[in-house]
Write a protein that binds this ligand. Structure first.
Ligand SMILES: [Zn+2]
Length: 249
């Protein structure tokens, strides 16, 4: 039998790995675990995060469970490049980088799909963590790159091109079952004790994507009229406890 000989002239193909699931499912912890393992193996890793994901820390990627202890001086996370566009990742990538790890990839525009394929072709491993569904349980939409006519793309494309993927579940805060969905709740009213009342968000509210950032819009609103409670909050829920108001049947 003829044995296959590896072609020394061909570079190894970079492995594309996708870690996906709802909010609070430990995607960041898993991404950071892989980054740390790669560093122990003396691989050169660069970590990137979208500018929109500034919930806890501006330049470090922090696991959610550490978020409350987040402090500029606490070096528990991994230093990350904060980027607004995939082209910044291409520009920041060093020649000797073995692995590009990208956190919350669903917030970057669709030119990232081509960039991930290019990195893989060049022999660079890519690890992505992403939300696979929006709060409506639909594949998370990806914003088109500026000037691009493409539209209606979603994170399913990353799963299609991945060599390996890991789907994580969170815990439903209502019943304790595995949760695969992110429940969006919007502020409905404040009761007589001053406590906020949240209700399931309508199907027709905005999904946070790049360029249509609800958080940024809200921050603008906060600046104009400071509010005590956030307009919307999220939690993990199973299919039975997940509610979308005004959902088309
Ligand atoms: Zn449940």
């Amino acid at each position: 039998m003829k044995t296959l000989q590896p072609d020394q002239n061909k570079p190894a193909v970079g492995k594309i790995s996708v870690i996906h699931g709802p909010m609070f499912s430990g995607k960041t912890e898993e991404l950071l675990r892989r980054v740390r393992r790669a560093k122990i193996a003396r691989k050169k890793v660069q970590l990137f995060k979208p500018a929109i994901d500034n919930r806890y820390h501006a330049t470090q990627v922090l696991p959610h469970f550490l978020a409350q202890a987040a402090d500029e001086s606490v070096q528990v996370g991994e230093a990350a490049h904060v980027v607004s566009h995939p082209r910044e990742i291409a520009a920041l990538l060093k020649n000797d980088t073995d692995i590009a790890a990208i956190e919350e990839a669903q917030f970057l525009d669709d030119s990232l799909i081509d960039l991930v394929r290019r990195f893989s072709r060049q022999g660079i491993d890519v690890i992505l963590s992403l939300l696979d569904q929006d709060y409506r349980r639909l594949p998370f939409p990806i914003a088109p790159a500026p000037g691009s006519e493409s539209g209606s793309r979603n994170v399913g494309e990353y799963l299609a091109i991945a060599h390996e993927s890991l789907k994580l579940a969170a815990i439903c805060v209502v019943c304790g079952q595995d949760a695969h969905h992110s429940q969006k709740l919007t502020l409905s009213s404040v009761n007589s004790e001053g406590k906020p009342i949240y209700k399931p968000a309508s199907f027709f509210t905005e999904v946070v994507t790049v360029g249509t950032s609800q958080e940024l819009t809200q921050n603008k609103l906060f600046a104009e009229k400071p509010r005590e409670f956030p307009e919307s909050i999220y939690e993990a829920r199973c299919r039975y406890c997940h509610v979308v108001a005004d959902e088309p049947q």
